[in-house]
Design a protein around this ligand. Structure first.
Ligand code: NAP
Ligand code: NAG
Ligand code: NAG
Length: 318
């Protein structure tokens, strides 16, 4: 009897430690303050992005909340204002699924804001379909839209360094590959709408994020701009809202035990945005507030360069 009780107690303790130490992970410990600094957080009306905006605002930053829906964005801005006590919040409309929207956003931003210290490319989708410009939706929003945005804002980032670009990728990039034939003929990373296919296309788009950060870091050598990509952890957010209900049902029990909340999920983003002294790690990939090695395909120079050139063509920069 006693041994059964001991066993139960041991299992409970192990479960508690697993949930609170392993799953919840490290916290960003930087004490950096951001008074007088300006940051952009894309997709900051919900999920990790909203928490990231709140935490950066608490540290004194002027936070541009770049969201696609004015209604959702302005509602979130009020919440962020309340939670952070900041009066330095600005909503600006940005739809990353529209290259013309990205251009208008950049134009409006460059006209009204004199500096940019941190760009957090956080927005992301897990959904099928096409963007306004006919790109695969996940490729278009998760990669090309942010590619154009980052390039259009690079000048302002360089003007007053040190400054940073932080890319929210995912550990799922490990399952990704870049199918250039499909990209060239269909402007999408993959076709087909089965559960594994949609999952693959999402993973591919997140591999693009890591490859881009790798290539960007090279192009930024000699400037005071550094960039980082990261896996935020598995977090209970709205990301899967468009996934099939079967997928959502399968995820429910998993979420309960294995997923972080959005505040825990924002910690690695905050680490990359704030931690002093990580500049020599520009271009690298982080997880659990720690730099991590990536597989060969996520730092393949030739693929990164080819993807960069293709992306330039697709968004009319070349
Ligand atoms: N949750 C996880 O477990 C997990 C794991 C690894 C990586 N990530 C990554 O973390 C990032 C944040 O995701 P999340 O989990 O916080 O998801 P979320 O709750 O769904 O938030 C995503 C945000 O992106 C915005 N967005 C989507 N499409 C957009 C577009 N075309 N233009 C502008 N904004 C757009 C959404 O705006 P609307 O509300 O208007 O749709 C929303 O604000 C994503 O890049 C995701 O891939 C998440
Ligand atoms: C994150 O780091 C903490 C502290 O170093 C560690 O205890 C935890 O196991 C790590 N979690 C993961 C998922 O790697
Ligand atoms: C990550 O940063 C690079 C830098 O230019 C950008 O091109 C890429 O699309 C970004 N991806 C995301 C979603 O952050």
């Amino acid at each position: 009897m006693i041994s059964v009780l001991l066993l139960v107690a041991a299992v409970l303790v192990a479960a508690y430690v697993f949930r609170h130490v392993v799953v919840n992970g490290k916290r960003c410990t930087s004490t950096a303050l951001l008074h007088g600094k300006t940051v952009i957080v894309t997709g900051s009306n919900t999920g990790i992005g909203k928490v990231t905006a709140t935490e950066l605002a608490k540290r004194g930053a002027r936070v541009i909340m770049a969201c696609r829906s004015r209604q959702r964005g302005e509602a979130a801005l009020e919440e962020v204002q309340r939670d952070s006590g900041s009066n330095q919040l600005v909503f600006m409309q940005l739809d990353l699924g529209s290259l013309s929207s990205v251009r208008s956003f950049a134009e409006a931003f460059l006209k009204s804001e004199s500096r940019l210290d941190i760009l957090v490319n956080n927005a992301g989708v897990y959904v099928q379909g096409r963007t306004e410009d006919g790109l695969g939706m996940m490729f278009g929003v998760n990669h090309v839209g942010h590619f154009l945005l980052t390039n259009l804002l690079l000048g302002r980032l360089k003007e007053r360094g040190p400054s940073r670009v932080v890319n929210v990728s995912s550990m799922l990039h490990r399952f990704g590959k870049i199918d250039f034939d499909c990209l060239n003929t269909h402007k999408a990373l993959g076709l087909g709408g089965s559960i594994p296919e949609v999952f693959r296309v999402y993973a591919d788009s997140k591999l693009c994020n890591v490859l881009f950060t790798h290539q960007l870091a090279k192009r930024l050598q000699g400037t005071e701009v550094t960039c980082y990509s990261l896996h935020p952890g598995a977090i209970d957010t709205d990301l899967m809202r468009n996934a099939r209900s079967l997928m959502q049902m399968l995820m429910k029990p998993v979420k309960l035990f294995f997923f972080k909340n959005p505040l825990q999920g924002a910690q690695t983003t905050l680490h990359c945005a704030l931690q002093e002294g990580i500049e020599p790690l520009s271009g690298r990939y982080f997880s659990n507030c720690t730099v991590r090695d990536v597989g060969a395909k996520a730092k393949d120079d030739a693929v990164a360069k080819k993807l960069w050139e293709l992306s330039e063509r697709l968004c009319g920069l070349a």
